[in-house]
Design a protein around this ligand. Sequence first.
Ligand SMILES: [Ca+2]
Length: 187
Amino acid sequence: MTDMLGRLRQAQAYYDQSLPPNGGGVIPPVPPANNVVTEAAWGFEDGTVAGWTDDLGNTLANSTAHAASGTHSLAVTSVSPSGAFVTQVFVGAAPGNYRLSYKGYTTIPDGTLESEIEWQDATHNWTGNITPSVVLDMLPDRWGTYIADVTAPANTAEAWIKLNIHFGASPAGSIIYIDEIALVPVP
Ligand SMILES: [Ca+2]
């Protein structure tokens, strides 16, 4: 039953487009409490990519062109139509329910956001893979929030967060900006 409940929770993901069109620049960065993601990797205000990498060869860079809050975000620039797979492992995750969220901004008409989490134990072995099988369309020229409610299985010690970012049919050089990446425990 627990597994069934977990699977049901994995399917929950949606895209919140209620943010102001221009997002940040004027909104102070306030990291959520108990975020598994480090503050630098959440909001990019330190001017780096904060340990995020892309497995598909796209370019990651810190940017001040757009920000959901503060003045910095992560710019993901496409080099191929296959999209980006922006990943990082974080320690400090434990079994239980979480909300994964991140914010995206783009000017292209066909950007989409998706996510996966691979939960690992203390010895970096796989304990369960959460894949909200939902690809969410971005609305151009405004910030939106990707949200997925997920469950970390027993023995979880680390969360390998994977942000699947797609550029649709837009040409190489297209940019999707990411900010406020959070994995927060929820009741
Ligand atoms: Ca920021």
